[in-house]
Design a protein around this ligand. Sequence first.
Ligand code: GLC
Length: 660
Amino acid sequence: MTHQPLLPRPGSGRRAAGVLLAAATLLGAALPASAARAEPATGPDAAAAARTPRYLDPRLPTAERVRDLLGRMTLEEKIGQMTQAERGSVDADPTRIAALNLGSLLSGGGSTPTPNTPAAWADMVDGYQRQALTTRLHIPLLYGVDSVHGHGNLAGATVFPHNIGMGATRDPGLVAEEEHITATETRATGPQWVFAPCVCVTRDERWGRAYESFGENPALVSRMTTAVDGFQGTRRSDLARPDRVLATVKHFAGDGDTTYGTSTTGDYRIDRGVTVTSHRRFDAVDLAPYVTAVQAHHVGSIMPSYSSVQWTDVPGSGPVRMSASKELLTDVLKRKIGFDGFLISDWDAITELPGDFATQVRTSVNAGMDMFMQPYDAPQFEQALSAEVQAGRVPMSRIDDAVSRILRAKFDLGLFEHPYTDRTNIDSVGSSAHRAVARRAVAESQVLLKNDHHALPLAPSQRIYVAGVNADDLGNQAGGWTLTWQGQSGNTAFPGTTILQGIRNAAPNVTYSADAAAPTTGYDVGIVVIGETPYAEGLGDVGVGGHTLELSTTDRANIDRVCSAISTCIVLDVAGRPQIVTGQLPAADAFVMSWLPGSEGDGVADVLFGKRPFTGRLPVTWPRSEAQEPINIGDPQYDPLFPYGFGLTTRGRTTSAQLG
Ligand code: GLC
């Protein structure tokens, strides 16, 4: 049953307040004109104000508005708020949004409008919002997207280095600046909620999501939770601003600390596996960043992990999926740590729990999950949960707690007053100012691991030979979660500068030969760019789809050919994790880890040519061999190729080592 109140054309932004006034009128409560301006009601307005639905009155405290609205909602409306669907499941018939009382939609990786432009994104989200506002209580929609290194789904957005590179910068202020830009580009194009930052602590680089982590040291990851401030601002009132979004720290918890070979998802090896640990070690390694994110940065949302935990200090305990752990979701996170936001399940995550669907739903809701990412089975989820509540197996108090948490976020985001996209900043998407910050981030993320004979910095006058596919491939230097879920090789999907273009912008005499087939005589410097092609999640696990930490045959051949022929040889690694270079390192005079720098290849050239100094430091341990994994700072018999925290700095012609 839906009502058709007067609704503005989407994109009307500020005029939307009038919409809700009109909606309130339809609810039998003529809102005084003054309510739109949130001025105190006087005279005849006082009577009208007395009849205003309290939840539509922006002058009231959020807690009161939540209480009032909750008291008006039916069970179906409440369950609808707990349900998130993929936009693809309603795009053909957007009226399903109201029919299902959906509280949220998401764009999964690659789920984009056509054309994939800022305006089309804002129009798309506003179109869905208009449908949501036709519901009886006109509760606005939350729209979520994975802006994990910039608004990566949007062509033309600024694409920042993935978190592993941001961890190498050791610059929490820069991370906050990155996420403020990302929030600006995301909110201006519609989504008010990002499933970022990942505060996973990567302990085994054979994990396909290692690059989504700021590093292996929980203290470093905790320092980088300034990302939440970048997204949300530092005051609750900031969330309503057009340059802020609701953040989500993920994946709670221990997703990067699972044991290789324990995954039961498809042919994954370690992603979604089992974290075998004691409570004490779990708190120190996996939980710590969440405590900071909640208590220091007041993160508004948390996404539990697909992975499981198995307690070594609880005899006989088996693995418990995070989405089913009442101990961790409710007792620890909500009660002990004080998390007052809401929990969003991962994509279909509850279907990996034991039992039939009704059991999976009941188990996760009762464990403390608040909203459910049910991309294509939202109706079935709603029916199952309704049946569980009516059978008394899920208490209404749990439903009310979940819905209250979700509504509070919507009020804080200002969505009841301004449900449509505020496009004030839409022209800033991919702006030169934003790209300049990303370029600085790329430069600060570069880690110089070897620099014999002062090979670096380069001089623009040098004759330079560049080899390797990853020298000239935007898709490879951006990695996964870029325009599509898995990412893709090539230079056509989005604008940016490749590393080769950056080198050519810095020096006039550059020859490029991807396979090093061109003659190598007559050059002062050879640069060989090695690395990986894009992947995401368990599809990037070592052992899946041919993934390994070893170098490809082509990369080894390029190093052999170029470094044996040209007197000064520099190797760059464009990858989401350390690769095994032990055998090739002696051939190189200099070795740089570039990680996944994103759209601004110029930032790599800036440090290669000394426009900026190398300052980056390893956020993870660099193994001598794949067999050494997992290997982390603090391990006994710690004998890596390069230790956690290592990085050479260059000041002019001086190179010095640093650790930490
Ligand atoms: C994925 C990821 C999660 C992401 C979500 C929505 O499976 O695990 O990080 O936020 O689905 O795309």
